[in-house]
Design a protein around this ligand. Sequence first.
Ligand SMILES: [Ca+2]
Ligand SMILES: [Ca+2]
Length: 262
Amino acid sequence: AAVCLVLLCVILLTAVIVLGITLTQERQQFISKNENLTNEREQLIFKNTNLTNEREQLILKNTNLTNEREQLILKNKNLTKEREQLIFKNTNLTNEREQLILKNTNLTNERKQLILKNTNLTNEREQLRNQLQICGNISLVYMKNWTESRRYCIEKGADLIIINNGQEQDFVQNMSAAAVVYIGLTDSDVEGSWKWVYGSTLTSGSWASGQPNGDNKVDEDCAVTVAVPRPAFLNLVGWHDVACNRAFQWICEKRISQFILP
Ligand SMILES: [Ca+2]
Ligand SMILES: [Ca+2]
């Protein structure tokens, strides 16, 4: 019985030891598993934290993108409006340009016609001047008193020249050169009232300084024009009144219809 008891005890002890070892092993496995699970949990927590951060960043990014999209939509709307205004403006400018081109064409044509007209008038003017010059050159050969000079002109179907403006005065000065020539101006009817041979009263003239100076006493009732300074005429160019019986050269003017020389 004692042996049995001892044997039983040994068996029991062995069983307890085996059980102990087994339990210890199992416990170590549990501890090891627990450690693994704890690590895994911490990794999961870490991962979760990261994902949460990432999510928040994505939400923020999404908000920004939404704002940006709205701004782009607004910008797009403004650009569309601006584009329409530019198209409208462009249409207006195109129309304006076409009108300007048309206007330019018309002005160019008008200019061409004016140039042509000007050329024709210049030619006509030159022809008339030449005709006038022929009459004047004839007179330069002789010297006559004022009445005889005028008679000469009238016999040629002309009359002594009348001077209507500064251009004509320049023309006469150029033509007479160094000569002193009679012009168709006299105050023989009424002293001091100078009249052209065609009957019109002189309003303004190219008198030399101090002229006319011939009154009833001196009796200077006819006009000459002096182009080059001469001592006999006090070295003064322009018109001088002189005694009508003095002999000078003269210039005839032939009036061609109603055309008045420029
Ligand atoms: Ca006089
Ligand atoms: Ca005089």
